[in-house]
Design a binder for this molecule. Sequence first.
Ligand code: P6P
Length: 336
Amino acid sequence: MQNLTTLGEFIIKNQQDFPYAKGELTRLFNAITLASKVMNSQINKAGLVDDLMGKVGTENVQGEEQKKLDVYANKVFINALKARNEVCGIASEEEEETIIFENEAGKNGKYIVLIDPIDGSSNIEVNVSIGTVFAIYRRVSPIGTAAVLEDFLQKGRAQVAAGYVIFGSSTMLVFTTGNGVNGFTYDPSVGVFYLSHTNIQIPEKGTIYSVNEGNYAYFSESMKSFIDYCKFVDTSTNRPYTGRYIGSMIADLHRNFLKGGIYMYPDSIKSPNGKLRLLYECNPMAFLIEQAGGKATNGKQAILDIKPREIHERTPFYGGSSKMVSQLEMMLTNTL
Ligand code: P6P
């Protein structure tokens, strides 16, 4: 067996890269990996566990049907993070309001976590990859006080760590603390995440584009022209590109990290601000994408430079290989 590095060993070795050492990163990631292991065991048998499949009969703040797995995952991650006493507050896709930990330990927590506990949960019923996305910030309000809304509305550029867990053919944790992106594959037989993808770099050019072309009629003319560009026959520029749209952002973007490509959730007549949420989907993925040498934009500016106005706001999102995203930006801003 090759000399495998565990997630724990990796974090200890790279603790100094985390701006605020003293074991805080370790405790934060211990919470996330514990919750991920619990979710892995449940997701792998979700089809057999009746109370995890299907709908809850409620809606989240977005007006989307909450799946039982969404609600379950939300509880698992929130409880795991609260127990570590490093976090003063959490914002979750599944919670209308922010969760502020008002006890002494919570008030002394230095970090804010924003999370989408399960993105793409409707895919679980058809056995398609789903995932968890998280962003970690240092609070801006004084330690020793209750977290406030401004702590949650920081620009994505202020993230101190971000990552995703993809529950697919294998379960992987991919994260950054601002010094590159590394991937860890979970071995359920021993309950350990092992370093499997070191210093992930997104190829600057790709030939795969991901968008829901069912919405083509609702896209802007410039968005339509980019999709037409991807499909145009020009072998000198490796076109037509390959279309791949899994219906799970994390799965599409994970493929981009490894093979190159562009994932798009545009604004449209149906969704003027797109569908994806800025704080707990787009910002963490954009931080990872930039750390891996790619680009992530809303069509006009870098995702990480957007000043959030409210915790559940949406944004158009285009991310992946830098040259593909730049090409799209030029077409969207008609600066070709
Ligand atoms: P549509 C899942 O709900 C999600 O947030 C992303 O993971 C996915 O790429 C997208 O929405 C799918 O949305 O409207 O194309 O079905």
